[in-house]
Write a protein that binds this ligand. Structure first.
Ligand SMILES: [Zn+2]
Length: 626
């Protein structure tokens, strides 16, 4: 028994485990957890109990270890979550108040609760299972019978690739883990999530008591048992109501597939649910019209809308943990002749911030960005229509320059993703507008300012002013290409002389669908394709197109994911002179091309030649005729 336990513990390779070897390390983490996050705390105390560490030990270790600043604090500093100074302030405070370090850091506003729990989950090696905002995956649940789950106090909550996430109150329970390994398919890795035994027992009952797959719930609804009105449910009833489970299951399904929007569209006799995936809409479900009242009410309750009002358009939002990821949903309702049309936009915080290279930025474009970022002042503008991925690129850029040495502040409408160490402000019409917001931000000593969007003259003026007074300003504009930014700003009433020199770079981008790498087919391009690609027919390299037939990876559509097609116009003295002389967009373009400017079309063609996308997908987002 002793041996087994050790092997298992070593496998997990976490700090909690280290307790048995090196007590001082974890004690502090454990006692911090206890205060910061009650659920985790109890669970972690349970493990420490198993590992023969008592609270009394913990207290003793904590006071002894106080002199060496605490490993938890030092680790946070090394991870860049807090600064050395902030740690010292917090430790000072700890001496006075005797509170736990984590709690103090939150109280002082150095980190937020989310960062603290993420840090604790990471250092303990396990995520935290909270059934209140987690949707249990029907597929995972089907892997284990209820009796087994109850006996061993385990709950499979998510099946993802080759992993199964299992909620446990004691993630070191060797017998339970062995049983799971015996009953679950061999190729699955078990990933433990922790919670308290009371919460777990309740979650097991709730999850196994009712169908949780979309089909199961729809069948149950077809049986047509009398159901309570969704609007009158209290929290304990909500979990078991079929409409509530149906909405959860639909949301789960959509997020798992990587869908960006869910459209609930009531028609005369039915409700169509369409998903937008990689920019394209397709029908996912046809639902009975009789359920629409319940479903729409449920969604409106979740997003804190007024359920009594069915005649005005409304906005709302809610967040939910889906498959271990925190996802935000922006919800909008619009009355139509057949009832309220509801659209959910998925803001998946974890998937949104990717390195620029993963988004599809070429090395040449990355070098241009580095050059733009190296200028201490000036405006960097990203242009493109809605859905062109400009927000994602801006976030990725900010994330790359995010550093303890700079103060980055943002004004957004709304704040779509929260970034650590960046102060983000939500702009609201009538409350805090962009122009006033910039004025207020400038008094906050920022180095870098991100203004969600320039839509009017005052905002444009303030942004330019900020850029000319030693700040780097990032913003977005609604124009078609990078050259369109200058006339747009002139339209907003800016003077050519103000623009010249203030703008560092203008980006334009589109998202083209990526060819599915599992089924794409190589072929030699036709004469016409060669003409578009700008290559000679005799020695044309092979390019790729979508595969035919069954493909598990892309569901047979031939595309999977999207890639950014980008152009970056970097300004220099000569280009600035063209702007200052108020010459036409054509003049500007001619000069830029002479200097080797690469358009979105050029960038897209490189991606076609690289086999990342094809001409069909590219033609849908970039004009290939010019
Ligand atoms: Zn495929």
């Amino acid at each position: 028994m002793e041996d087994i336990e050790l092997t298992n513990i070593e496998e997990c390779n976490t700090d909690i485990v280290d307790i048995s070897v090196e007590k001082e390390v974890d004690v502090e983490i454990i006692d911090d957890v206890a205060v910061a996050e009650p659920n985790v705390g109890t669970a972690l105390q349970a493990f420490s109990h198993n590992l023969q560490i008592t609270d009394a030990d913990a207290e003793g270790q904590d006071s002894q270890g106080a002199g060496n600043k605490g490993r938890m604090g030092e680790r946070m500093v090394s991870m860049g979550l807090i600064t050395e100074d902030q740690l010292n302030v917090a430790l000072q405070e700890k001496k006075i108040s005797g509170k736990m370090l984590g709690e103090i850091l939150v109280d002082l506003g150095f980190i937020d609760e989310g960062v603290l729990s993420a840090f604790l989950a990471e250092t303990s090696g396990f995520g935290v299972f909270d059934p209140r905002n987690t949707i249990v995956d029907g597929e995972a649940l089907a892997l284990l019978k209820k009796a087994m789950a109850v006996q061993h106090q385990v709950l499979p909550i998510l099946l993802k690739d080759d992993e199964v996430h299992v909620a446990m109150s004691d993630p070191y329970d060797v017998v339970a883990l062995d049983t799971l390994r015996r009953y679950l398919p061999k190729n699955l890795q078990i990933k433990q999530m922790v919670t308290t035994s009371a919460i777990l027992a309740e979650a097991i009952d709730a999850a196994y008591g009712y169908a949780s797959s979309i089909k199961g719930i729809l069948d149950e609804l077809e049986e047509g048992k009398e159901q309570k009105d969704v609007a009158s449910l209290d929290e304990s009833e909500a979990f078991s109501h079929p409409i509530v489970r149906l909405v959860n299951a639909l949301v789960f399904d959509a997020v798992k597939l990587g869908v960006s929007d869910l459209h609930f569209e009531p028609e005369d006799n039915f409700v169509r649910l369409r998903y937008r995936l990689d920019g394209v809409l397709y029908t996912a479900q046809i639902l009975h019209k009789q359920h629409w009242n319940g479903i729409s009410q449920r969604i409106k309750i979740m997003s804190e809308m007024n359920i009594a009002d069915k005649l005005s358009p409304q906005d709302g939002r809610f967040s939910m943990n889906v498959g271990g990821r925190e996802a935000d949903f922006r919800v909008s309702s619009l009355p139509t002749v057949h009832g309220e049309n509801i659209v959910l936009r998925v803001l998946d915080k974890s998937s949104s911030i990717m390195p620029l290279s993963d988004l599809g930025f070429s090395e040449e474009n990355m070098a241009k960005i580095a050059s733009a970022n190296s200028k201490p002042e000036g405006i960097i503008i990203v242009t493109g229509p809605t859905g062109s991925g400009k927000t994602t690129s801006l976030y990725s850029m900010l994330n790359e320059i995010n550093d303890v040495e700079v103060n980055i502040q943002t004004l957004e409408d709304p704040v779509e993703y929260s970034l650590p160490m960046i102060r983000q402000t939500h702009v609201r019409e009538g409350v805090l507008e962009f122009a006033d917001g910039i004025k207020a931000l400038l008094r906050q000593d920022p180095d870098i300012i991100f203004i969600g969007e320039v839509r009017d003259k005052t905002t444009a003026e303030m942004a330019l002013k900020a850029a000319m007074t030693g700040h780097q300003v990032y913003t977005s504009l609604h124009t078609n290409d990078s050259f369109g930014a200058i006339p747009r700003l002139l339209d907003l009433g800016m003077k050519p002389g103000m623009l010249a020199g203030a703008i560092t770079a203008v980006f334009a981008q589109r998202l083209a669908r990526r060819l599915c790498s599992s089924c794409k087919v190589e072929h030699s391009p036709s004469a016409q394709e060669c003409k578009i690609l700008g290559i000679d027919v005799p020695n044309a390299p092979n390019i790729y197109k979508t595969g035919q037939g069954e493909c598990m990876a892309c569901g047979g559509c031939g595309y999977k994911g999207r890639v950014a097609v980008v152009e970056i116009l970097l300004f220099d003295e000569e280009l600035n002179e063209v702007i200052a002389r108020n010459e036409s967009k054509a003049e500007l373009k001619a000069l830029a091309l002479k200097k080797g400017f690469k358009s979105m079309k050029d960038d897209g063609i490189l991606k076609v030649l690289d086999g990342v996308t094809d001409l069909d997908a590219l033609a849908k987002v970039v004009d290939l005729r010019v």
